[in-house]
Design a protein around this ligand. Structure first.
Ligand code: ZN
Ligand code: ZN
Length: 287
């Protein structure tokens, strides 16, 4: 909630096939993007978990920069109920020419809210005292052609391979070829974002079988009562979610400023879930 010398407010960027999706935008995010060498004008979507300042204070600055850099796309913003109203207030508070940029705001609550050929985005409400959302990025399964096998059957690059890739069979020289004969399915990856919340049913549901769960872990177990009082989780509680939901890897973030070193938070989780790391600024993860 409070940035430290080493740790900036929260913001996570997912880059996938030309899409750059920002999950939350804490204070100082645009500068962090600069340091990371990512141009603000490349951002395509912003997903807001909730409107506590530590998750959104960077929005006006970032959007102002995007507008000034002649952003020529439609910026899609997704957030909980009230997001449209909050944006209106935010723009009212600054001298900002709203005609300089087109922003499409969608308030979401539960289920899939975006889908294209490659991936989908879904959300579920969490329990944090104010309207708060967790998010999933789910890559779709893809069929991969085995060229050696395909060539043996007389197939060449072209529309027939495209058909097989779509899971349809083709006929070549009077012989039917089923997609499974020359291709196999590569499972898509799933990333779950469980932001500020108490441990709750939807946090478990959201992260089911995720390849990566990025979860808040404000406290260590010794402060579990404090966590309950402030609607936050301990590292161990986040680890329990990863464990029960069959998650492959857990990354903890949103660490209280009282912990100088992420290691002690990591240790708190490791009793329950082995494959855990604590996020640090500019951390990069490739799936
Ligand atoms: Zn927070
Ligand atoms: Zn919060």
């Amino acid at each position: 909630m409070v940035p430290t010398k080493e740790r900036n407010h929260s913001s996570i960027l997912i880059s996938y096939k030309g899409n750059n999706m920002l999950v939350d935008c804490g204070e100082g995010t645009q500068r962090q993007l600069k340091i990371a060498g990512i141009s603000a004008s490349k951002i395509t979507k912003i997903l807001i978990t909730h409107w506590h300042g530590d998750h959104v204070l960077g929005l006006p600055g970032l959007i102002q920069t995007m507008a000034a850099s002649d952003y020529d796309k439609v910026l899609e913003v997704y957030g909980p109920n009230g997001t449209k109203e909050k944006f209106k207030h935010m723009f009212d508070a600054f001298e900002f020419d709203q005609n300089k940029m087109y922003i499409e705001i969608k308030e979401v609550r539960s289920g899939v809210f975006f889908e294209n050929d490659d991936f989908l985005l879904e959300t579920l409400p969490l329990e944090h005292g104010v309207e708060t959302l967790g998010y999933n990025f789910i890559e779709k399964d893809k069929r991969k052609i085995e060229m050696k096998k395909a060539k043996k059957l007389g197939l060449k690059e072209g529309p027939m391979l495209g058909k097989l890739q779509d899971g349809k069979s083709v006929v070549i020289e009077g012989k039917k070829i089923n997609p499974d004969e020359v291709s196999y399915i590569v499972g898509g990856k799933k990333i779950s974002f469980v932001s500020d919340t108490l441990p709750c049913k939807n946090a478990y549901k959201l992260s089911e079988n995720a390849d990566l769960l990025i979860s808040e872990a404000t406290y260590k177990s010794e402060l579990e009562e404090k966590g309950e009082a402030y609607n936050h989780m301990t590292a161990k509680q986040a680890a329990a979610i990863a464990n029960k939901s069959n998650v492959k890897e857990l990354i903890l973030t949103h660490i209280s400023a009282r912990y100088k070193d992420g290691k002690e938070v990591e240790e708190d989780a490791r009793d329950v879930f082995e494959n855990v790391r604590v996020a640090y600024d500019m951390m990069k993860v490739k799936l």
